[in-house]
Every structure is written in C-alpha cells, then in structure tokens.
Design a protein around this ligand. Structure first.
Ligand code: SAH
Length: 507
C-alpha cells in the first residue's frame, strides 16, 4: 500500500505562533514541504533533518511555479510514499486554491487531509484591532477576492455587496482598488464609510492605515500601500484605535539579530517576540560534545570528592548533567559539593536538573566568579578545597589562574568543542542585505568573534547596527574587533539585555 500522504496545511497569517498544533505536527513529520511566499519561514525550522523544501512563491503577476506544476509536484511526491506538506498562508481554503489542489489529489486517489489555519481575513484584522463583527457595527462579514479573472472582470454582485451592512474584507485587492471603491460607491455604499488597509498583518512590518471609502484609491498611492494587504470596509474599522494591541507593543517593528549557539527557541527570542519585536536568529556557534565526556566525568567523580563545582555556561551545565545521566551516575554523589555559577541564565540551567547554585556572580566574567569561589573557600574553612571545572574547550584560563593564586586545586574537564558555524553565511548575508536590522545581541565573546569571522570581508554590513552586549568581557571583544559598542546590560542576563534595548527604544 502507498504510504504517501498529503497534508494541506494552513500556516496562519504570519506570526509564528498562529499555526495550529496539528499543523506544526505535520511540519515535523514531513519528508517534503512545498510552501508559499506568505508563509513564515521560521516555521520550516521545525522540520526534521533531511526534509526537502520547495518554494512555490506566488506573486499574482509573476508565478514562480504555475499551479499545474505545483499540483504535479505534490502528487508525484505523494506517489513516492512521502509525507508531503503543502504549506499555505492563512487558511488553505480561503483563496489559496487549496480546494483545487485537494481535488487533484482526490482524482488521483492520493490520501490527503486538510489542516485549517487562521485566515488573514479574520486573524490579520484582529492584530490591527479590527473585529470582523461587533454588535454595534456589523452582524455579518464578507470575504471577497479583489483579484480579477483573466478577462479583467471581478465576479462580484456589487449591488448586494454595497447594500450589505456587514464588514467587507477584500483580499488581493490593492491592484484593483480604484475599481472596487468606485463600484461600492456607485452601487450605493456611503462614500464616507470608514475603511482600513492592513499590510503585512501579524508580522513586524504590519501597518494599519485608515481613511474613508471615497479616499481609499488616493490613499494607496499617497501612502505607498502594497501587497500583501487587506482592505476592510465598515464601521468596525474605528475600533482599531482602542483594540490595536499589536502595534502598541514596546518593541513593535524593531528588528533584532540574535547570535547564539545551535539551540532551538532561545529565551531571548521568546522574550523579544512577546514584546512585539522581530528576531532573526543566527546560530553562529556549533557546540559538539567531546568524545567520552560522560566516562571521563564519571572517573573523576569516583576518584575524588570536590568541595566545589563551577559552571560558566549553560552548555556546560547541560552536557555535564546529560552525559552523567547517560552513564547512570547516582547524583547523590554530588551531595556535599558547593555549586558556583556565572550569571542567572547558568543558574537557571542548573535548576532544571534539580540543583541550586550556592554561589552566583552577577557579572559575566570568570574572574569575578573565581574570586567569589576563593572567598567562599576561605570563609567555609574547607580542609582540602578542590574545584571541578567542566567547561568549553575554549573557556579562558582565568579560573585556573585565580585558583592557583589561592593555592586551590582545580580539575578542568573540557566537555565540548565550540566551533564557528559557517553554514549560516548565505542566510546571514541575505538578511543583512535585505532587512533593516536595528540591534544585534551578543551573549558571549565567541558570538562576536564568530559572527565577524563568518562575515569575513563583509563585516562592514554590521557597522551601523546597534550592538548590545551581555557584559564587560563581551563588550571588550566588540571593541577589540573594531566596532563601537552601543549598549551593555547591567546584569549578565537575558532580561537585563532586553531592558537595555527597551530603554534605548524609549530614548
Ligand atoms: N489563504 C490566505 C489568503 C491567500 S490570498 C488566507 O487565508 O489568509 C493572498 C491575499 O491574502 C493577499 O493578497 C492579501 O490580501 C491577503 N493576506 C494574506 N496574508 C496577509 C497578511 N499577513 N497581511 C495582509 N494581507 C494578507
């Protein structure tokens, strides 16, 4: 039996979070994803390794792939036993030709399912603070295509549409806006009716422009309104002043590049999203466990009891605990250890494994933490203090030096390698050339060094972007590499970095 199957999935109007759980599951199990222009590309990062992507971006005047060819591609792949996800903007059955694509599958006997999505015609307006219905203004709504057929006509009953009291939403209407507004007015709709254009709804470029029906055509030219835009006609438009929550968010419209390690969904990203900013996540660093780390740690811990254990990154925490769990280590062995951590993010990582740091430095420097440990040792009156330091291969030697100066024994175990991720170069250059980035955040010196290394001769592309550093060591690296530092967080934490950006935005 053919195991191939096609899921026609609605990706929602743009905001990453506006896809359904079922849609996300489909992306995760797909062998091949065929997606449109209006789909949020970040969703594709949930695909499994080896998943194939085909872009069939459609612009109404410039079809990258004709509909017949799209149908053929979907069917061919399903016939080869593949799980095919056809990912479409908004809802697949709202003007996306999803119905036609499903018919082709039915005719060819290919198994398929439809996964509905949040349509821009409702969800997009919601982000602009425009409810499609409201007891005082509209008790129905009508979603209409403004896209003309081949003979240039719009197949619309203007008489009844103009007389309708409900909200009318036009999709793909910008090119025909003159005709649409003229028809509504000549068929009896009040020229003073409030209207709005909502462009790039639910993403960081969202823009809501309000005017009256009679001015709409001039407004498009005056304001430079372009597709993708919704054109909405009706009294509900007036509510956007009160209900337009999205464009009021504190980081709305701000673009922030986040340089990080290869780890999905960083804290920073989630927080920026919440505040309405747009994150471009670039994993500049490739983290790989060194061989046999679990066994090496196990041997150390068997041979010796330490008074202290030090973590200077959340990666060390994760690799330390995970590799010991794999080795079947009994964590009661750590019972007497004092745990030292650099900054609150590292402490949070430690908590995930059921341990609580005894010593935490608020600064991101190893030097600071090392001094705190020495102090703890002196005050604690340990007989033979000794420190276990599981860390990155490239962690600085400062911990060893300070311990040596205090005559404290330290065992360093390099847990992982930390190498530059050149794979992102094309994506990085593409983003820097196409997007207007407001901020770049750096959470460690490595993120700075690696970003500059990846950029190579193009490093001037980040010259004018505001640089945000997590602490003094990272700031110094930024300066050493020839850039100005714009913002430094007060505390070595993600929250503190975000606060610093918010302050800058409000300046
Ligand atoms: N299936 C989609 C609509 C596809 S037709 C849905 O349910 O939303 C494409 C048109 O939808 C665009 O020309 C535009 O009018 C509208 N559209 C889709 N996404 C949009 C967005 N994020 N902002 C504004 N308009 C959008």
């Amino acid at each position: 039996m053919n195991k191939g199957k096609v899921y026609l999935v609605g990706a929602g109007p743009g905001d990453y979070g506006l896809i359904t759980l079922k849609g996300l599951d489909c992306i995760a199990k797909a062998d091949i994803i065929i997606y449109d222009r209006l789909v949020n590309r970040d969703l594709l990062k949930n695909a499994k390794p080896g998943c194939e992507f085909i872009y069939v971006g459609k612009k109404s005047s410039n079809h990258i792939m004709a509909q017949d060819k799209i149908n053929e591609t979907i069917a061919e792949n399903a016939a080869c036993d593949k799980i095919v996800v056809r990912l479409k903007g908004g809802d697949p059955f709202v003007f996306g030709r999803g119905g036609e694509e499903a018919e082709v599958l039915y005719d060819q006997g290919i198994d398929f399912e439809i996964v509905p999505g949040v349509t821009s015609s409702i969800g997009g307006l919601a982000y602009a603070g425009i409810p499609v219905t409201h007891r005082d203004f509209a008790s129905s709504f009508h979603v209409v295509t403004g896209h003309a057929k081949k003979d240039d006509s719009l197949d619309i009953n203007w008489d009844s549409l103009a007389r309708e009291k409900g909200t009318v939403v036009f999709l793909m209407g910008i090119g025909n806006i003159k005709h649409i507004t003229e028809m509504l007015v000549t068929h009896g709709r009040d020229p003073k009716t409030p209207v709005a254009f909502v462009s790039n709804a639910t993403n960081y470029r969202q823009r809501t422009v309000k005017t009256s029906l009679e001015d709409a055509y001039d407004c498009v030219r005056r304001e430079g309104i372009k597709a993708p835009s919704l054109f909405v006609v009706g009294g509900v438009v007036g509510l956007s002043d009160k209900l337009g929550f999205y464009e009021r968010k504190p980081l709305f419209g701000k673009t922030i590049m986040v340089t990080r390690t290869r780890k999905k969904n960083s804290d920073l990203r989630q927080k920026i999203d919440e505040l309405g900013g747009k994150t471009f996540e670039l994993p500049t660093i490739d983290i790989k466990d060194k061989e046999n780390v679990g066994r090496i740690l196990l041997e150390r811990l068997k041979r010796k009891t330490y008074s202290h254990i030090v973590f200077t990154s959340h990666n060390s925490v994760d690799i330390f605990f995970k590799s010991l769990i794999k080795e079947g280590y009994d964590f009661r062995g750590l019972a007497g250890f004092r745990i030292a951590s650099v900054g609150s993010a590292t402490s949070r990582a430690i908590r995930k494994y059921g341990f609580i740091a005894d010593i935490e430095s608020s600064q991101s420097t190893g030097q600071d933490l090392a001094k705190l440990i020495l102090k703890d040792i002196r005050e604690g009156g340990f007989d033979s203090p000794s420190v276990l330091f599981p860390c990155s291969e490239i962690a600085s030697r400062v911990m060893e030096e300070v311990m040596e100066s205090g005559q404290v024994d330290l065992d360093r175990v390099d847990l992982y390698t930390n190498t530059v991720n050149m794979d992102i170069k094309d994506e990085l250059l593409d983003i820097l050339k196409k997007e207007d980035i407001d901020y770049i955040t750096f959470t460690s010196s490595s993120t700075v060094k690696y970003l500059v290394e990846i950029l190579g001769d193009d490093k001037d592309l980040i010259r004018d972007i505001k640089k945000v550093s997590i602490g003094s060591v990272t700031s110094q690296t930024i300066r050493d590499l020839g850039f100005d530092l714009d913002i430094e967080a007060d505390q070595a934490s993600i929250d503190s970095m975000i606060l610093a950006i918010l302050e800058d935005v409000n300046k």
